[in-house]
Write a new protein. Sequence first.
Length: 143
Amino acid sequence: MMVWGVTEDDIRAAVSEARLTVWNEWTTSDGRLINGIGQKGKALTVRLGVDRLQPRDEVGLLPYQKRGRGQLRWIDGRLVEIGHGRRLPYVTWEGHREFMRILFRDHPEARIKTAIADYRGRKDFWAKHPETRGAFEGRPIHY
């Protein structure tokens, strides 16, 4: 996603408060930080990931971790999902919403553009965001 009107530190604070992490960011063996937050024109680009240091829930998922589909089988002429799918390293719609909610709470005039929406401030976010739930259900889409 692309974010305008905030600093890198603002993004990191919102990511941390949402119990997430910045995707593709790590520290090298010699202590250098490989930064997962980039710059594209006047916007900062960021992709969210699940934080592996957070405690897991009762089914082994990290906060806001996506789970793939279970195994599909034909039973009595119907396609039925059996069991749970694999744990995926991607963040759910709810996790992205939590990050954006925190960012807009602290910076109401910020702008966030994702693959499915362009939020121009806090009011625009709350007006548009509920409609995006399930917009790309079953497709690999990254906010």
